[in-house]
Design a protein around this ligand. Structure first.
Ligand code: G6P
Length: 616
């Protein structure tokens, strides 16, 4: 989704803004733009369709001077991905320019009203009404930029993170947010401020961050302390957080793509995820959120998991873990459906919100709904300080580091790892898990990173295997019980980056429809690790084989029975059933990755997708 960067300070703004846009590329976008007030006071705006590198090419021989500016990557909603629709947008007089992430729902009405007052619009976007309206208020009421911003935002329906630059006021940036993230970094005291959609463009300059809350306006003025106030003008105390991100996590580290790096990161980041929480020497799992709130958690009438995309798949595994270890019923909901379905939520329900970015608009809205209904809300979030992390009652960070590849990999295994520890900790507090099983899972969880390393060592074999399947137009992924959500996740990975249609199904459901699709062209991936129900999956394989389907099986190391049935297989180390997803998903990530690379596709930034879905 759209990415925002702003800078005001003593350095040249251009490299900071362009560098920031590159850091935000992972969010997904289709055009980019930049506006700076040059040293001679002129407002320079450059825009390009396509990548940030296009924008750099275009601005190469132009004036890039100035120490204040704003920049934007746009993921098209209203109006196609054209240069005219790219941000920054400019006001009628050419004085104001603005970048925006979000959707202004009542833009059509506002636009008509402004056109009736003689204003002209250059784009098809909803955003342009904001900049025009702000200038209209500024001029007709004779108020300052910040008061005009406040006044306009009170009239706006929808979601926004905005930054406004005023040519006639080159010492100040005004920004605001509602339902779309925005963070301000404080550089040199009272001289330098950075603004961005998330901390990644800022961390190389400062660790001092201020996260804006909904309906807050911030004024960054040279020579003054940061000022934050509400839309009604009340002062908000500025809370500065110390945010540290490992900069190495924001680079490819020698890998050709972020996705591959992040797949290979998994052994290490899962150790980070478990550090200080999984205590094998004490034979315990300790999650501070559970220690603090165990009464509330063990007394839950029901858990409701809300999430989207890959996080929803992790939720399906979380359901099985919590039901198995805690004997508490769990519903798993698409956040986007839950929020509009009029769901029955009881005050003694616990809602678990799972999100890598912590900014997914639908998940955030589901959290608000759950809180209004009085439920206790627990976050399983990766991005520290994100909106969902700040809006939940408590939670456990996955701590897998920034995930840049649009197709989620390490975030998924981190979520499953946290959900496993959560289910163990609640099950232990409730007394619903036997001592033996508790110990067994703790011991096995500890060796999962090493077992993932063994799968990663087969990368080149998986690459060779992938070459056979680039021809396919459809794929079927089948698994059962713990591995059913892995089938869904494997299919999603393939769809996202290779644009091959793929479906995940519970293997036993195959006979109720998908079997009709099977012929010699159809690859069928069976996740057939060595657990309960394997015999039944083997029967499904025979059914596919007798219809000439091409099977790729994910099997447990040394499974000679399945090897005799299928010609293509990938072996994963043995583990206990409930931890199987942490291993069986790895070859599916690699398979999807290599197929997309073979097809010459943009793995890290697949078409139309966004990493952080901040609009509904
Ligand atoms: C987008 C991303 C997915 C992600 C989903 C949910 O679709 O491309 O990778 O799983 O959003 O995002 P979240 O940040 O809430 O986990």
């Amino acid at each position: 989704m759209c990415g925002i960067v702003g800078y005001i300070g003593t350095e040249q703004a251009y490299p900071i803004l362009i560098g920031g846009l590159h850091r935000l590329e992972y969010r997904g976008y289709d055009s980019a733009g930049i506006a700076m007030i040059a040293n001679d006071g002129k407002l320079n705006i450059y825009k390009a369709k396509g990548k940030v590198s296009e924008l750099e090419n275009q601005s190469e021989d132009k004036d890039r001077s100035g120490t204040i500016g704003i920049a934007h990557t746009r993921w098209a909603t209203h109006g196609g991905p054209t240069t005219a629709n790219a941000h920054p947008h400019v006001s009628e007089s050419g004085n104001l320019t603005l970048v925006h992430n979000g959707i202004i729902e009542n833009y059509a009405v506002l636009r008509n009203q402004l056109m009736e007052r003689g204003m002209h619009f250059q784009s098809e976007t909803d955003t342009e009404v904001l900049v025009q309206f702000i200038e209209y208020v500024q001029q007709s009421l004779g108020v300052s930029l910040e008061v005009a911003v406040q006044t306009v935002l009170k009239r706006v329906i929808g979601a926004y993170a905005i930054v406004v630059l005023d040519r006639s006021n080159p010492d100040c940036l005004v920004a605001a947010r509602k339902s779309s993230p925005l963070v301000v970094g404080i550089g040199d005291d009272r001289q330098e401020y950075f603004i961005a959609s998330d901390a990644s463009p800022i961390v190389e300059y400062t660790t001092r961050m201020v996260y804006l809350n909904d309906e807050e306006v911030v004024v960054c003025r040279r020579g003054e302390d940061l000022r934050v106030h509400t839309l009604t003008g009340e002062d908000v105390p500025v809370e500065v957080k110390n945010v540290k991100l490992d900069l190495a996590m924001l680079d490819k580290g020698g890998f050709p793509h972020f996705m591959l790096k992040e797949i290979f990161d998994q052994p290490n980041v899962l150790k980070d995820c478990m550090r200080g929480r999984l205590l094998p020497e004490h034979h315990r799992v300790v999650l501070s959120a559970v220690t603090e709130h165990h009464e509330r958690l063990i007394q839950a009438r029901r858990f409701i998991i809300v999430s989207c995309g890959t996080s929803w798949h992790a939720g399906l595994i979380g359901k099985q873990l919590i039901e198995h270890f805690c004997k508490i019923p769990v519903d798993v909901e698409y956040a986007s459906e839950f929020r509009y379905r009029d769901p029955v939520i009881y005050p003694d329900d616990v809602v678990i919100a799972i999100s890598q970015s912590g900014e997914t608009a639908d998940t955030l809205a589901a959290v608000s709904l759950a809180k209004e209904a009085g439920a206790f809300v627990f976050g399983v979030v990766n991005a520290v300080g994100s909106s969902i992390a700040r809006n939940t009652d408590t939670g456990t960070y996955t701590h897998v580091g920034p995930e840049i590849g649009v197709a989620s990999t390490k975030a998924f295994t981190g979520q499953v790892c946290v959900l496993t520890m959560l289910a163990l900790a609640i099950g232990d507090a409730k007394g619903s898990i036997s001592h033996e099983e508790y110990q067994k899972v703790i011991d096995e969880l500890q060796v999962i990173p090493d077992k993932i390393e063994r799968i990663l060592a087969q990368n080149s074999q998986i690459e060779t295997l992938s070459k056979i399947f680039t021809y396919a137009h459809n794929f079927l992924y089948l698994g059962r019980k713990w591995n059913f959500p892995v089938a869904l996740e494997g299919a999603l990975k393939l769809k996202e980056i290779s644009y091959i249609h793929a479906e995940g199904y519970p293997a036993a459901e195959m006979k109720h429809g998908p079997i009709a699709l099977i012929d010699k062209e159809m690859p069928v991936v069976f996740i057939a690790t060595h657990h309960q129900l394997l015999e039944k999956i083997i029967s499904n394989m025979q059914e596919v084989k007798s219809r000439n389907g091409r099977i790729i099986a994910i099997i447990t190391e040394g499974d000679e029975v399945v090897k005799k049935i299928v010609s293509e297989y990938i072996e994963v180390p043995d583990t206990i059933a409930c931890l199987a997803p942490l291993l069986s998903v790895i070859p599916l990530q690699l398979l999807a990755y290599h197929i997309a690379v073979q097809k010459g596709l943009d793995v890290d930034q697949p078409r139309n997708l966004a990493k952080s879905v901040t609009v509904e």
